[in-house]
Design a protein around this ligand. Structure first.
Ligand SMILES: *[C@@H]1O[C@H](CO)[C@@H](O)[C@H](O)[C@H]1NC(C)=O
Ligand SMILES: *[C@@H]1O[C@H](CO)[C@@H](O)[C@H](O)[C@H]1NC(C)=O
Ligand SMILES: *[C@@H]1O[C@H](CO)[C@@H](O)[C@H](O)[C@H]1NC(C)=O
Length: 610
């Protein structure tokens, strides 16, 4: 049953995306059928022996084939490759050399971002690019240095690799013993994640070392030292798990005291407590010490037992009781990466996907059904697909609000559908269920909405939060300022939501969707977004700045360069414009801060993998 409908469905997909070559061969086949049908005088019923695709096109194209067959055949014009790219609006494609030069532009942007940070803020968490100084907003562990290191390795920026790794080797251990309070989640995903990824990419992990495709740089971080620092940090952070009375960790850790405590209101964010496992599991793998993995996985095993609303969960959880707090459901802030890690933790441990971790994929699948049933809506007048919120739970009202953070979801949905291989390959191997295809379609629709959140503003950069115009909700609102955008009435941006923090989620999804669908439009969209960052956020003296208002020209700036601009945004853009053999998505899983970690396969499964 499933196989049957899958086949029909995949044929439909294939014919949706004609290349010129396919179209021509189909014309030829159709032409032959047409000739044959006419010769065999009415006795030929093509529908009976030909599949749906051919059948449909034979009928539709019949008149054209008639003329086609009488006139001399029209051959496609012979053009040099560049002209073909330029002239083929269907493909929207720039030539390969163009992508290499665009990728180089992203590398230059990274060097510019780093130069501002190094010159004015080295060792601080973040750069304030306008006041040209540093600020410790994340507990003072030099978060930008650690977040940037693997990006520099991937891009092959040797100077940054050596500066960042030297700083880490000389300073980080000492800071761990001196600094005070840090947030468990932020420190895990940025600092621990960055250290572990750099460890792997610097050749520390010999067992899983050869698949990244990342060129070896002449300057190397010292992997042994990175592992040592990772363990020291993780040992301190582990207190958040072990001192909590339940499986839900406290949100804050005091590094120098080796103590942990709950946030002032006693609550942890659901996403924070459940977005730690990729990092601790990998640390257990490379250190040989299972304690990290054990503590972190207890959280997900606990989540499994809690009641949900069709797989959807409230955004707060209480570490003292282990129960959810409140009913607010959303895939934006405090909810987002719960759903991301359900999938990615399952993806990471390939050898347990069918056994002990199967429940995670089931929770993910149920949650995505819940998203489709309860949260996905379309805008008026133009039918953009978006994910709204249920601030008062299932029985409260629907809010047509979507954080930019939700734009991680297209990438996650696409990864969940094909498990990292291309859609083409997955279709060829009959690996996609109807539900996978449905999720992939939703991913593509949501990615479109996410990029329109950029293109609808005066700057071409998305706001932090958008509201969508839906049927039955006549309440209008201020628009994004780009009056020539088709979607200017679909998307509303409230005054307090107009800032842009250089966030990565949309380009992250474009990267994943490009890898999986191979559709060049995702690259073109990424390029437009990159150009807008260049135009409006670049600071001459070094670095890039967050903006206060993307709907105004020139946009007022906010004087902050978030670490994730170097750790995530520029990395995903670089990978989007580059070769798909670098960090392939069936061999690597990116943590929620874009730090790639290897998928752990047993030797046996590697030989069986498709
Ligand atoms: C591109 O296409 C247009 C018409 O679509 C044609 O007039 C033009 O000559 C083409 N360009 C080249 C370089 O052939
Ligand atoms: C896991 O289960 C799926 C679906 O039943 C199957 O296709 C796959 O081969 C299994 N993988 C392993 C490693 O057993
Ligand atoms: C405004 O919308 C038009 C039409 O979609 C588009 O061509 C243009 O690039 C947009 N402007 C910005 C700044 O994105």
């Amino acid at each position: 049953m499933a196989t049957q409908s899958l086949f029909t469905n995949s044929s439909k997909y294939q014919c949706g995306k004609f290349t010129v070559g396919k179209f021509l061969s189909l014309l030829m086949v159709s032409g032959l059928i047409y000739l044959f049908a006419h010769k065999s005088s009415d006795g030929f019923v093509s529908g009976e022996i030909h599949d749906k695709v051919e059948n449909r096109h034979t009928k539709k194209d019949s008149p054209k084939i008639h003329t086609f067959w009488r006139k001399p055949p029209r051959l496609p014009p012979r053009l040099p490759p560049n002209e073909i790219y330029k002239n083929n609006s269907l493909l929207l494609q720039s030539p390969p050399s163009e992508w290499a030069s665009r990728q180089k532009k992203v590398k230059e942007a990274f060097e510019h971002a780093w130069s501002g940070y190094r010159n004015y803020a080295m060792g601080y968490d973040e750069l304030m690019p306008l006041s040209r100084r540093g600020v410790d907003g994340l507990g003072g562990l030099g978060a930008t240095v650690v977040d940037s290191l693997d990006t520099a390795i991937i891009m092959g920026v040797d100077d940054v690799v050596s500066e960042a790794s030297k700083w880490i080797e000389d300073n980080l251990m000492k800071k761990l013993s001196e600094k005070g309070q840090v947030n468990l989640f932020e420190t895990t995903i940025r600092v621990l994640g960055g250290l572990l990824s750099a460890y792997h990419l610097s050749g520390g992990d010999k067992a899983r070392g050869s698949d990244s495709g990342v060129p070896v740089t002449s300057k190397r971080a010292n992997p042994e030292r990175l592992l040592e620092v990772s363990k020291d940090l993780a040992d301190r952070l582990l207190l958040a798990f072990t001192s909590s009375p339940t499986a839900i960790p406290f949100s804050d850790v005091v590094l120098r005291d080796r103590t942990a405590h709950a946030a002032p209101d006693g609550l942890s964010s659901t996403s924070e407590a459940t977005t730690l496992q990729l990092e601790y599991s990998y640390l257990s793998t490379i250190s040989g010490d299972p304690k990290y993995d054990l503590e972190a996985m207890k959280v997900l095993e606990h989540m499994r037992k809690l009641p949900t609303v069709e797989g959807l969960v409230p955004i707060y959880i209480n570490p003292s009781s282990g129960q959810f707090s409140g009913e607010n459901i959303r895939l934006g802030s405090r909810g987002d990466s719960y759903y991301e890690y359900l999938l990615k933790v399952w993806v990471q441990q390939e050898k347990y996907r069918n056994t002990s971790l199967k429940y995670l994929f089931e929770m993910y699948t149920e949650a995505m059904r819940g998203v489709k049933h309860l949260l996905v809506r379309k805008t008026i007048p133009n039918g953009l697909v978006f994910v709204g919120e249920l601030p008062y739970g299932r029985n409260g009202g629907f809010s047509p609000k979507m954080d930019h953070l939700v734009c991680f979801l297209p990438g996650t949905l696409a990864l969940g559908a094909t498990k990292g291989i291309t859609k083409k390959k997955a279709l060829e191997n009959h690996l996609l269920t109807v539900e996978d295809l449905e999720n992939l379609q939703l991913a593509e629709d949501l990615a479109k909405t996410c990029v329109e959140m950029y293109f609808v503003t005066s700057t071409g950069l998305a706001p932090e939060i958008a509201y969508f115009h839906i049927e039955g909700n006549s309440e209008g609102g201020p628009d994004g300022g780009n009056k020539s955008s088709q979607y200017v009435n679909d998307i509303m941006i409230k005054p307090l939501d107009r800032h842009n923090l250089l966030r990565p989620e949309t380009v992250e999804s474009l990267f994943v969707l490009y890898r999986i669908t191979e559709d060049p439009k995702y690259r073109e969209w990424g390029w437009r977004i990159f150009q807008a960052f260049e135009k409006y956020t670049k600071v001459d003296s070094g670095g890039y700045s967050s903006l206060d208002d993307v709907t105004n020209l020139p946009p007022p700036r906010r004087d902050k360069m978030e670490t994730f601009f170097l750790g995530e945004t520029l990395k995903y853009l670089y990978l989007l414009f580059g070769e798909s053999s670098i960090l392939p998505l069936d061999k690597y899983v990116f943590n929620t801060e874009a730090h790639p970690l290897p998928i752990i396969q047993s030797a046996e499964q590697t030989s069986h993998s498709v």
